[in-house]
Ligand binder design. Structure first.
Ligand code: GLN
Length: 304
């Protein structure tokens, strides 16, 4: 497969233009990013890699971080985690409050904000230095220590994060949150603020394309069974109320973030990241969705 030729076709075919949407503006710091940024990086299990555009520029990974925190929490807590968060698609927006009341404070899945906040709470109760331990884990996965929180993004979200605060407080009132609201939000906003390049994200996500093994050292970081579980949740819940659409168009498990990044995984083959900050109405990168659809069309490779 000539992946570089396919990436070149995609780069030519899809030019970002401002009609595609807006960068996230409910986190003011994210709206400062140039909406026309566009990059892609694909890494194959055999060690070959392909890229174009702004693939080496860091951006805010936002909800893509929910995959890392879920992976850590699953390792540390095992099945107990599922007493506090479910694995069903939500069919609602990532920051929705609606089902929480009906479902007694148990979030639908770990990728909507409520679910990821429960995961954050579980990590806070288990890890010695939650923020540093998370960074250490992500750095290890991509074999690169040059990964940090973007303090200005974390601060910006904290200042405007009324909805996430409401989610924490509501779940706390129903007994599904153990730590203090402010401490959990501090951790959650920091995990979302992690800045990474397409290359770093792709390499980290090779874990889910390589049976739980590190892309470089081949160390078994998590069990293949965990990969099956996490990829399944990405497939059904990775794009909130657009999970069906992404699955239908792209046919791969993946995860998006409001920083405009999307990572997708083809088990046993490759991981790929696209970054384009302009979001559609569901908060997913508009161009990113198109590009990944074209990738699986041109390669003829999807999991279905
Ligand atoms: N930090 C963002 C929030 O909590 C993450 C949302 C996203 O990337 N979909 O609203």
């Amino acid at each position: 497969m000539d992946y570089q030729a396919i990436l070149n076709i995609i780069q030519k075919e899809f030019k970002p233009n401002r009609d595609m949407g807006n960068a996230a503006n409910y986190i003011p710091e994210l709206s400062k990013v140039d909406p026309l940024k566009f990059g892609m990086y694909l890494y194959c299990k055999d060690g070959s890699s392909y890229q174009f555009g702004d693939s080496q520029e860091k951006f805010s990974i936002q909800s893509i971080s929910k995959v890392f925190t879920l992976t850590l929490a699953k390792e540390l807590l095992g099945k107990d985690l599922w007493k506090r968060v479910d694995v069903e698609p939500s069919g609602t927006a990532f920051n929705s409050l609606t089902e929480l009341e009906r479902e007694h404070g148990i979030p639908r899945n770990p990728f909507i904000n409520a679910g990821s906040i429960v995961v954050a709470d579980a990590l806070m109760s288990t890890l010695e230095n939650p923020k540093q331990d998370l960074l250490k884990f992500v750095r290890k996965l991509c074999g690169d220590d040059n990964i940090n929180f973007d303090e200005s993004v974390a601060k910006s979200e904290k200042k405007h994060g009324y909805r996430n605060k409401a989610l924490v407080n509501y779940m706390k009132s129903l007994g599904n949150i153990n730590n203090k609201t402010e401490t959990i939000l501090d951790f959650y906003f920091h995990q979302c603020s992690i800045a990474m390049t397409c290359e770093q994200l792709t390499k980290a996500f090779m874990l889910y394309a390589n049976e739980g093994k590190h892309f470089q050292t081949q160390e078994q970081v998590i069990a293949p069974q965990s990969v099956k579980r996490i990829n399944s949740i990405m497939q059904t819940c990775g794009f909130y109320d657009e999970a069906g659409e992404f699955s239908y168009r792209v046919g791969l498990p993946g995860k998006s973030g409001v920083g405009g990044g999307i990572v997708a995984v083809h088990p046993e083959q490759y991981a790929v990241t696209v970054w384009s900050p302009m979001l559609n109405k569901k908060g997913n990168s508009a161009l990113g969705m198109k590009v990944l659809e074209e990738l699986t069309t041109l390669t003829g490779l999807s999991i279905f």
